[in-house]
Design a protein around this ligand. Structure first.
Ligand code: TXA
Ligand code: MG
Length: 333
C-alpha cells in the first residue's frame, strides 16, 4: 500500500490521456478523471453505471484554487473552506466557467472539496488541476473504503488504482450548499453538523425535500445486496433470530456489549463503541455480511448526533426501497 512518486506520475499520465484513476481519500475511494476533459468525465459515468445528469464532486489540491472553479464565493463559503479544507466537507457553489456542464449534470452549481489524504493531495498537486471523482462504486451500491473494494467493484473499468490503505473517515463528505450567508445541509458526512454550526455561529438548515437533484438522496443508495431491516435497538437480537428461523441467512449489527456467540444468526458484526470507529467500519461491515452470504441484515439506528447523523442517513438509505428486481421476500408477509 505504499504509494511511490512513480505511482503518482503514472496516475497523472493516465489522467492526462483521459483515463480513470481510483484514488484514496480520507472518506471513501474516488473514481477520478480530469475535470476539464468531458470525454474522460463521460467515462466515469459509464464505469459507474451512473446516469449522466447526476453531478460529480471536483477535487482540488488547495483552498487557493477555489476562485478558479467557483464564482461569487461569499465570505461564508470562504470561511468554511478555510476552516475545513483539507477535509471531508464539500461546498456547492456557483459553477466557474472552466467547469464543464458534463461534470455538473447540467447544473449551474459545482460541488468542490479539498480531500485530506496524503496520496490524494500528492496526486492533485502533481496533476495541478481539478479531478472530478464520485465514489468508486457501481451506482447505488456501497462506497469502497479499501483499494480491494474498488477492484472488486469496478475491475477493468478503472485504468489505474492508487492504494492508500483503508479510509480513515469511512463515510462520504458532508455536502453543504452555500448561497450568500445561508448554509444548507445537503448530505450529512464526515464533518458534523455541530462542527459546522460552531464555526458559523448559526444553525445550518436541513431541507426536508432536497431542492436539487442529489443522487445520494435516492432512497436505495448505499445499499448492499442483502436487504437491510432497521428495528429498535432492543429488538435487534429478537428480530434477527426470528428472521433466521423463517429461513433467512441473517447478518446482524450487534450493539456494543451484546455477546455475538449467543445470537442465533448466520453472521454478526460487533459494533464498535465510538461513532468514529462505526463510521470507519460501516461499509466494510455491509460488504462483509454480503460476502458471508447473508440475504438480510438487521440493524438499529445510532443516536443522530455527531457522526451518528451520517451513519443513520446511510443505514436508512441502505434500507430504502429498491427496484423490484432487487427485492428479496420480506421477513413477514
Ligand atoms: O467523500 C466524498 O464526497 C466522496 C469522495 C470520493 O470525495 N465522493 C462522493 O461522490 O461521495 P459521489 O458522486 O458518490 O457523491 C457526490 C454527491 C452526489 O450526491 C451529488 O448529487 C452531489 O454530490 N453533488 C454534486 N454536485 C452537486 C451540485 N452541483 N449540487 C448538489 N449536489 C451535488
Ligand atoms: Mg457515491
Amino acid at each position: 500500500m505504499t504509494v511511490r512518486t512513480d505511482d503518482i506520475e503514472q496516475a497523472v499520465g493516465v489522467l492526462r490521456t483521459g483515463g480513470l484513476v481510483a484514488l484514496p481519500t480520507e472518506t471513501v475511494y474516488g473514481l477520478g478523471a480530469d475535470a476539464q476533459n468531458p470525454a474522460a468525465v463521460a467515462r466515469v459515468f459509464q464505469a459507474k453505471g451512473r446516469p449522466p445528469t447526476h453531478p460529480l464532486i471536483v477535487h482540488l489540491g488547495s483552498v487557493e484554487q477555489l476562485a478558479d472553479w467557483a464564482e461569487d464565493v461569499t465570505a461564508t463559503a470562504r470561511r468554511l473552506a478555510e476552516h475545513f479544507w483539507p477535509g471531508p466537507l464539500t461546498l456547492v457553489l456557483r459553477r466557474g466557467r472552466r467547469v464543464p456542464l458534463e461534470v455538473t449534470g447540467g447544473l449551474e452549481t459545482v460541488a468542490l472539496r479539498v480531500p485530506d489524504h496524503p496520496v490524494a493531495r500528492a496526486l492533485l498537486s502533481a496533476f495541478g488541476s481539478g479531478i472530478a471523482a464520485p465514489s468508486a462504486n457501481r451506482f447505488g451500491s456501497v462506497s469502497p473504503t479499501t483499494a480491494d473494494h474498488v477492484r472488486a467493484e469496478l475491475g477493468d473499468a478503472v485504468d489505474y488504482v492508487l492504494d492508500g490503505g483503508p479510509c480513515e473517515v469511512g463515510v462520504e463528505s458532508t455536502i453543504v450548499g452555500v448561497t450568500g450567508d445561508t448554509v444548507t445541509l445537503l448530505r450529512p458526512g464526515g464533518v458534523t453538523r455541530e462542527d459546522l454550526e460552531a464555526v458559523l455561529g448559526d444553525p445550518v438548515s436541513v431541507p426536508s425535500v432536497s431542492p436539487v437533484r442529489v443522487p445520494g438522496q435516492h432512497p436505495s443508495h448505499y445499499a448492499p445486496r442483502a436487504r437491510v431491516v432497521l428495528v429498535e435497538p432492543d429488538q435487534v437480537v429478537a428480530e434477527a433470530e426470528h428472521a433466521q428461523q423463517q429461513g433467512h441467512q441473517v447478518g446482524v449489527f450487534l450493539p456494543p456489549g451484546a455477546a455475538a456467540s449467543e445470537v442465533k444468526a448466520h453472521a454478526a458484526i460487533m459494533l464498535p463503541g465510538s461513532s468514529a470507529a462505526y463510521a470507519r467500519g460501516l461499509y466494510g461491515f455491509l460488504r462483509e455480511l454480503d460476502q458471508a452470504g447473508c440475504d438480510l441484515i438487521v440493524a438499529s439506528l445510532p443516536v443522530e448526533q455527531g457522526l451518528g447523523l451520517a451513519i443513520a442517513n446511510r443505514l436508512r438509505r441502505a434500507a430504502g426501497p429498491r427496484p423490484a428486481d432487487q427485492l428479496i421476500a420480506p421477513v413477514r408477509p
